[in-house]
Write a protein that binds this ligand. Sequence first.
Ligand code: FES
Ligand code: FES
Length: 155
Amino acid sequence: MDVLLRINGREHRIAVDVRTTLLDALRDQLDLTGTKKGCDLGQCGACTVLMDGRRVLSCFTLAVAAQGAEITTIEGLATDGALHPMQQAFLEQDAYQCGYCTPGQILSAIACVAEGHAGSDDAVREYMSGNLCRCAAYPRIVAAVREASVRMGAG
Ligand code: FES
Ligand code: FES
């Protein structure tokens, strides 16, 4: 089936098997490998992207169902060479070790702030609980989200 996906402000027309997940379409057909495959079972959050500003698990979203939405991946966050405030905060707070979970953490964190769920460390821990980090960088991730929420005008 031909699908038209709008990703990071650009339209992409690709042919997919109707069972293809958005995650596999991004990584395997569009070479947008910043979105990571962890469990492929909807349990780790590594594949998180934004659809119309809402966080979704791209391993649990069919590519055909993503048509008509504005999809944002980690590749679409920096503008004119400047990192998104959440990316900058992760960098400054050293909020990663191996980095594999980081793209999903950052996309999820942006939505967490937009939802108004970054007002306290406890709220961040609660609303970021769907994003696992096997390196256990959680304290630094919470600090980064809290710092970015201030820079984004929500803290
Ligand atoms: Fe999608 Fe783990 S790869 S939730
Ligand atoms: Fe390694 Fe999170 S930084 S899994």
